[in-house]
Design a protein around this ligand. Structure first.
Ligand code: NAD
Length: 485
């Protein structure tokens, strides 16, 4: 085993979980056993919540301008340790080193946003009648929890840690059991940056611990990021326990390619979007709607896809089960009459035979009823459907139950606007394959890609991680005259 067994992080210390149940953490890159991860119990969660509750009064009373000083230092530490964090991220997740560097850089940007919160969180005050003032202020919620997926071991935890904590909350983080290592390093860096013990706690585990988080009376709010199936379970369970919940789910992002799209740029963007992070991004293009005749662009997309080599500029998918599932989708589409233009099944990756790789795959003549068109594949696969008109393309896009992202490739501004207004997705790209809004713009989809109100990052997150206090005060200035005499 390359690293020591992963432990929970409670009250500023790494500690063993109460149960012996544990899972192996296997590197998708080459099958190396990296560590084990404990499956914590509700007792472990109790200890974490107790620590967080104890830390809350002092942390929440500290002025926000002081709290964000921790995040200025954390940002510097992320920059200083970027190479090590990126290598760890690649080892446990399987993405390429360059993709991991981009992930840590995004974590830095998210932290930078949190340091600007004092500028954004000012309340309102107004003299509403003579001597009477109404005032609002954002107050932290208390102990909150964040449950995260495997595909961004550093970035998704950093969607919530800096903002929720800078806003005065104390947090229980539940990392993905598939990639538990990066989160531990983030906790160490936060401690080094001066975060008081108990403000951030990590509890590892799977279903049991997630259920315990949803049920725990000491937890006020839960953010969840993961598949739609689990997002629904968590949202329902958390809200039925009267907790605030924001649950981000899966995606099936459609790109619409119009005949006037710039061929080289479009082909590069489509190939990069469907294959980046081995297609394991909730913002990856998974379906393309070819509007009219764009065959020459499809040829170029195939050329670009063939330049993407597993084990070189394409990372591994998370597990053997994932690889089998993705390859199963390709085989099923082929059986149902779709044409495999670029086939990524069972690639040979010399020296990494135990890694879990799927090559880039382009499937043409897919019909909207096929499972590759309807379901989230979460692998480097794009399914191409054909439409005669933009309205037909929009109908295909809007029929899918998800609504994370959609993109259009065109040189016609009016057409782009037409699509922005009509596509049923929270994040739209125009000539952009992965339309992730940069900070301070917030991140969040629509439909079955998100349950709850507001977005998880940016200014929108302020509303989620705080509650508004409204005070009305009346002072009679005349009464003060001669008070000292
Ligand atoms: P997942 O839903 O399997 O797991 C997410 C978290 O839930 C993990 O911490 C896991 O331990 C826990 N979990 C798993 N099954 C559970 C169950 N039955 N009950 C309670 N908890 C459970 O997701 P994943 O495979 O880790 O991540 C990939 C998914 O996440 C994809 O669907 C992807 O689109 C989605 N995702 C969405 C966004 C977004 O912003 N919308 C971002 C990243 C990933």
């Amino acid at each position: 085993m390359k690293y020591a067994a992963t432990q929970n992080f409670i009250n500023g210390k790494f500690v063993n979980a109460g149960s012996d149940r544990k899972l192996d953490v296997i590197s998708p890159v080459d099958g190396t056993l990296l560590s084990t991860v404990p499956m914590s119990t509700s007792k472990d969660l109790d200890s974490a919540v107790t620590a967080a509750k104890a830390a809350f009064p002092a942390w929440s009373r500290m002025p926000i301008k002081e709290r964000v000083q921790v995040f200025f230092r954390y940002k510097t530490l992320l920059e200083k340790n970027l190479d090590e964090l990126a290598k760890l991220c690649s080892e446990e997740n399987g993405k390429t080193y360059g993709e991991s560097v981009a992930e840590i850089e995004k974590s830095i940007e998210l932290t930078e946003f949190a340091t600007s919160l004092p500028q954004l969180i000012t309340g309102e005050i107004l003299e509403v009648s003579k001597g009477v003032e109404c005032r609002t202020e954002h107050v932290p919620l208390g102990v909150v929890a964040s449950i995260v997926p495997f595909n961004f071991p550093s970035m998704v935890p950093n969607w919530t840690i800096p903002n929720a904590i800078a806003l005065g909350n104390c947090m229980i983080m539940k990392p993905s059991e598939k990639v538990p290592l990066s989160c531990g390093r983030l906790a160490e860096l936060l401690k080094e940056a001066g975060l008081p013990d108990g403000v951030l706690n990590i509890v590892h585990g799977d279903v049991e611990i997630v259920e315990a988080i949803c049920d725990h009376p000491g937890i006020e709010a839960i953010s969840f990021v993961g598949s739609t199936k689990v997002a629904k379970i968590v949202y329902q369970r958390a809200t039925s326990n009267f907790k605030r919940c924001l649950a981000l789910g899966g995606a099936k992002n459609h790109l619409m390619v119009l005949p006037d799209a710039i061929p080289a740029m479009t082909a590069q963007n489509v190939a990069a979007s469907m294959s980046g992070c081995a297609g394991q991004r909730c913002m990856a293009a998974s379906a393309m709607v070819a509007v009219g005749n764009v065959d020459s662009i499809i040829d170029r997309i195939c050329e670009e896809a063939r330049k993407i080599v597993p084990g070189e500029n394409l990372g591994a998918v998370i597990s053997k089960e994932s690889k089998e599932r993705i390859e199963g989708y390709i085989t099923e589409a082929e059986k149902n009459g779709a044409k495999i233009l670029v086939d990524g099944r069972s690639p040979k990756v010399n020296g990494k035979e135990n890694g879990t790789y799927v090559g880039p795959t382009v499937i043409d003549h897919v019909t909207p009823d096929m499972s590759v068109a309807r379901e989230e594949i979460f692998g480097p696969v794009i399914s191409i459907m054909r439409a005669k008109t933009v309205d037909e393309a929009l109908a295909i896009e809007n029929a899918n139950p998800y609504g994370n992202a959609a993109s259009v490739f065109t040189q016609n501004g009016g057409m782009a606007r037409y699509i922005i207004e009509r596509a049923s997705a929270g994040m739209i790209g125009v000539n952009v394959g992965v339309p992730v809004p940069r900070e301070p713009f917030s991140f969040g989809g629509w439909n079955e890609s998100k349950f709850g109100v507001g977005d998880i990052t940016g200014k929108s997150s302020i509303e989620f991680w705080t509650k508004l206090k409204k005070s009305t005060t009346k002072w009679n200035p005349e009464a003060g005259i001669n008070w000292m005499s």
